[in-house]
Design a protein around this ligand. Structure first.
Ligand code: ATP
Ligand code: PRP
Ligand code: NIO
Length: 489
């Protein structure tokens, strides 16, 4: 079943309602009408002050193979409605068969720090294609951005310590495990225990051993000696099977044997008990025996908050093994990214801007062909302005807080900036060279270092200013008024 999952075409990795809408567009003769959608989220995960964009590489892979196979079409053709009759006409299946991906996509590169309401992806093309892509694009970006963000939070606490991702066994299925390993690496982890992710994504793989190894021998010491004998260049010994500090003493004995053979004791791993107390005592034992360089690895349901607490308690842990709470994003298992229609090309060739109303201001979508301009000064990034590329500000740019129009900021023409969205596909052709996973990982740290530390704290983080360019704000406001008036009567 699992092999079958990964050998299949993934065009049907969408919700049925995307296909029914696509059918409707096709029947109404609107399939090729040009549309623009934005993919964005409304709130940072983990009550944090930043999010890391991740998943674009999977989007590129997905779209590079985008086509409906004969099997896909046979299945779609077999879907029935409430009356048991086929939902889709053969002519529509032929249309799907001949689909060639023809959209243009602009996106914020993976590894960039992003904020609510900023389009991570902008998709422009035939409305039928844009519609079919809503679900897979959200699936790919939401989860990976969530995990990269969680990992980046752990990196902030770990500082220069080593972070190992151990999550595969607790992950949300095979793909949840493999993509989480990649996103965790991008977010700042150093290695994963997930061998398939290592092979697929060129991520370093690392690991220790389990309790079962120790339990399979008559004594802990014998298990350590045997491990060291066969893998002298990879010895990190799990010491807590029976008694952690006694385990450390056994590890030191094995360390001395290793030294006689020209090797060294790489580390010990603590996996239960009071990790602050045990790591401090273990450090003393190791140092007193001359093993100052031996690592102390800790694992056991860790997250950024426990790590923080352990650091405050003076724990002597310098390698952190983290699984469940990272790869399942335990305290917030989903990023609420959405995909909203922002414009449709009218018959006269003009853009007809679109907006979704809501009772809640935060849920009113923003129209326009959006780009994000990130302004910076000598100390780093200062604010982001979302603007409509069809009506860019000339001269001084004014940015309005979308939730309080009395608050605005102006930027002179000389303020330096960077426009975040870059072309990925132009009318179906890939024009973007995907950076390596290692470059993307570096980008995360480089980006974060340019933001004020207030957005990186865990408790009541500072809200980084993101606003709408005044022209776009005014256009949105008048569209809201127009739609409210039209829907009142
Ligand atoms: N000094 C500490 N300060 C804060 N949290 C800690 C400390 N030491 C361990 N923890 C965390 O406390 C949680 C539970 O640890 P606890 O000692 O209760 O379980 P355990 O050692 O796994 O128990 P068991 O021996 O039954 O497996 C884990 O998430 C662990 O990471
Ligand atoms: O706690 P996490 O952050 O999820 O990290 C992964 C956990 O998986 C292992 O435990 P498990 O009991 O599955 O196997 P073991 O016998 O190797 O300890 C490992 O010892 C960690 O405790
Ligand atoms: O290598 C390890 O120590 C490891 C791997 C997976 C899960 N827990 C621990």
């Amino acid at each position: 079943m699992i092999n079958q999952l990964y050998n299949t075409s993934l065009s049907l990795l969408t919700d049925l309602y995307q296909l029914t809408m696509a059918y409707g567009y096709w029947k109404a003769g609107k399939a090729e009408q040009e549309a623009v959608f934005n993919l964005y989220f409304r709130k940072h995960p983990f009550q944090g002050g930043f999010t890391i964009a991740c998943g674009l590489s999977s989007v590129v892979d997905y779209l590079s193979e985008y086509r409906f196979s004969e099997e896909d079409l046979a299945y779609v053709g077999s879907i029935t409605g409430n009356d048991g009759e086929k939902l889709f006409e053969p002519g529509f299946l032929d249309y799907l068969k001949n689909i060639e991906f023809a959209c243009s996509i602009d996106a914020i590169p993976e590894g960039t720090t992003v904020f609510p309401n900023e389009p991570l992806l902008r998709i422009q093309g035939p409305i039928l294609q844009c519609q079919l892509l809503e679900t897979p694009l959200l699936n790919l970006i939401n989860f990976q951005s969530l995990i990269a963000t969680k990992a980046a939070r752990m990196r902030l606490v770990a500082k220069d310590d080593t972070l190992l991702e151990f999550g595969l066994r607790r992950a949300q299925g095979p793909d949840g495990g493999v993509t989480a390993s990649r996103a965790a690496y991008i977010g700042g982890f150093d290695a994963t225990s997930n061998v398939l992710a290592g092979k697929l994504y060129d991520i370093p793989v690392k690991g220790t051993h389990a309790h079962s190894w120790v339990m399979s021998f008559n004594s802990e010491l014998e298990s350590f000696e045997t491990y060291a004998q066969y893998m002298p260049n990879n010895v990190t010994l799990l010491v807590d099977t029976y008694d952690s500090l006694n385990g450390v003493r056994h590890a030191i004995k094995v360390g001395n044997l290793l030294r006689e053979r020209g090797y060294d004791l790489g580390g010990i791993r603590l996996d239960s008990g009071d990790l602050a107390y045990l790591s401090i005592e273990a450090r003393k034992l190791l140092d007193d025996a001359g093993f100052e360089k031996t690592n102390i690895v800790a694992s056991n349901d860790l997250d950024e908050h426990i790590m923080d607490s352990l650091k405050i308690q003076g724990a002597k842990i310098n390698v952190w093994g983290i699984g469940t709470k990272l790869v399942t994003a335990y305290d917030q298992p989903a990023l609420g990214g959405v995909y909203k229609l922002a414009a449709i090309r009218s018959e006269s060739g003009e853009w007809d801007y679109k907006l979704k109303l809501s009772e809640q201001a935060i849920k009113v979508s923003t129209p326009g062909i959006q780009q994000v301009r990130r302004f910076k000064d000598t100390k780093g990034f200062v604010s982001d302005m979302i603007f409509n590329i069809e009506t860019p500000a000339t001269g001084k740019a004014t940015m309005v807080d979308p939730y309080d129009f009395t608050r605005n900021r102006s930027f002179s023409e000389s303020t330096s900036f960077e426009d975040l969205l870059v072309p990925i596909f132009v009318k179906g052709y890939l024009v973007y060279k995907m950076p390596s996973v290692h470059e993307t990982r570096d980008r995360v740290q480089e980006q974060l270092s340019n933001f004020h530390k207030g957005i990186k704290r865990f408790v009541n983080p500072h809200t980084y200013p993101v606003g709408l360019e005044k022209g776009l704000f005014d256009m949105k406001t008048s569209l809201i008024l127009k739609l409210r008036a039209a829907n009142e009567s």
